[in-house]
Design a protein around this ligand. Structure first.
Ligand code: ATP
Ligand code: MG
Length: 448
């Protein structure tokens, strides 16, 4: 850890030195300047420390210095030094927005107390800024999750992004297949190129063909103007074939040819165009089984499925449910400018018991409703949820519940064992036993 930093500005050498000495003895890291002009250029907005400055100085005085600093960073604590008994000046300092003032000659304890408060405040401000920056920098498209399956998935995506091979993404509805496809594209060398998504189930066969391949003017009755197809659009980028199981068999042959030859021919054209594309396909279906039943072309299946990414359903990754819920309630609270209602134990229990057939998409809806209405679900849905949750027996549910409570407590205590067992009102040994039983690693909850 870096030492807390204090910048001292005083034109009076003796005073300056004694101040520096006092602060250094108290273990602070101090830089000192004889004038505000020399200090200013060093104090950027991101400077993490606090300022102690004399008021009476030739050229730029303490007030002018304070104003200049505040223009850069209103939250920077500035402590001004006033002459003994100079009430007017002290009041002026506070009015001008100084954090506090100290009187000459300094009383050591008072000085250190003011300094400590100011530094604490500064640290808080800096932490908040970092947090905000981290949230802002976090791209909207991040895959959230801490379960081992999602962690592994993220690593696999990073590796596969570079590989530039056709990829098949499988998973139930709402598990994040499209999100994963976008991540693959964004992390690849093609990221500057287009990401073109097409839903193979959304269009009738005839329109789908024109959509994918484009056509020349006059290619068919309605084709007044020439049109670029999605394959061409995706040149030097990625094409995402969503719900690929719905591709009509007749079209599958033509798509296969594009994948093999990397060329497309517009409908009605007599020449082909080279396309440099990566194909990512997504499916909710068991394509392999469809191949066996003759419902999906085997050759296309093997072309698409050079590598496969499997997105596990939410109910198989308990560890992510509350994390995602917190993430999306925070987002919703930003969006609707409403506070996040308190996550009661009942709410947590309900979330953990629910099997989430709509996966993350369903969870996002529930999170938004929770922020908007402070209820998780309406009575009708609740009844459904409860009957669905009826599968597991009481001891299983209790254990799930207990594990979840411990995780919550660990998270709130940021991984501190002591604060966790105190918070839960259990003995230290009990906590350790339970951590072992549920295979929980407190390090996961440490603040980093
Ligand atoms: N791990 C995750 N982290 C953050 N957001 C996620 C995650 N998984 C899914 N989402 C979000 O959930 C929503 C649904 O995801 P997406 O559209 O990628 O699912 P899908 O598998 O394509 O669903 P469908 O099969 O119904 O088309 C999107 O808003 C997506 O951003
Ligand atoms: Mg989708």
């Amino acid at each position: 850890m870096t030492l807390p930093t204090i910048c001292v500005v005083d034109d009076h050498e003796e005073l300056r030195n004694s101040l520096v000495e006092m602060l250094e003895l108290a273990d602070y890291q101090v830089t000192a300047y004889a004038s505000a002009e020399s200090a200013l250029p060093r104090l950027l907005e991101t400077w993490p420390g606090i300022i102690i400055s004399d008021i009476r100085m030739p050229n730029m005085d303490g007030f002018a210095f304070l104003t200049a600093l505040q223009e850069r960073d209103v939250d920077l604590p500035v402590i001004l030094i006033t002459g003994h008994g100079d009430i007017q000046m002290a009041l002026g300092a506070i009015r001008s927005g100084a954090y506090d003032f100290i009187e000459k000659p300094f009383r050591r304890e008072h000085l250190l107390e003011v300094v400590k408060r100011a530094l604490d405040k500064r640290q808080l401000v800096m932490e908040n800024r970092q947090l905000k920056a981290a949230i802002a920098a976090q791209d909207h498209e991040a895959i959230i999750g801490q379960s081992s399956s999602i962690t592994a998935l993220k690593q696999k995506i990073t590796r596969l992004a570079q590989a530039d091979v056709n990829t098949l993404i499988c998973g139930e509805t709402g598990t994040g297949k499209e999100l994963a496809a976008r991540r693959l594209h964004e992390q690849s060398d093609r990221h500057a190129g287009p990401f073109v998504a097409i839903n193979c189930a959304a269009l009738p066969e005839s329109m789908m063909e024109a959509e994918l391949f484009g056509h020349e003017a006059g290619a068919f009755t309605d084709a007044k103007k020439a049109r670029t197809g999605k394959f061409e659009y995706a040149h030097q980028g990625t094409i995402f074939l969503d719900e690929v199981e719905s591709i009509p068999l007749a079209l599958a042959v033509k798509i296969l040819r594009v994948l093999q030859e990397r060329k497309v021919e517009r409908l009605g054209a007599n020449h082909s165009i080279d396309v440099d594309i990566r194909v990512i396909a997504a499916t909710k279906a068991d394509l392999k089984a469809m191949v066996e039943e003759g419902k999906f072309r085997e050759d296309l299946y093997y072309r698409l499925n050079v590598v496969e990414l499997h997105l596990p359903p939410l109910r198989q990754r308990d560890d992510d449910i509350l994390l995602l819920f917190r993430y999306f309630t925070t987002q919703a609270s930003d969006k609707f400018n409403l506070p996040v209602p308190e996550l009661s134990l009942h709410v947590i229990d309900t979330l953990m018991q629910h099997p989430w057939p709509g996966n993350v998409r369903e969870l996002i809806n529930v999170a938004e409703r929770f922020v908007l209405t402070d209820t998780l679900i309406d009575q009708h849905t609740l009844a459904n949820w409860q009957s669905e949750a009826g599968h597991s027996n009481l001891p299983e549910r209790m254990e799930r519940y207990e594990k979840r409570l411990i995780e919550e407590a660990l998270s709130q205590a940021q991984g501190s064992i002591k604060r966790t067992y105190e918070g839960l009102g259990i003995a230290r040994k009990t906590l350790y036993d339970k951590l072992a039983k549920y295979n929980l690693d407190r390090h996961r909850f440490l603040d980093d």
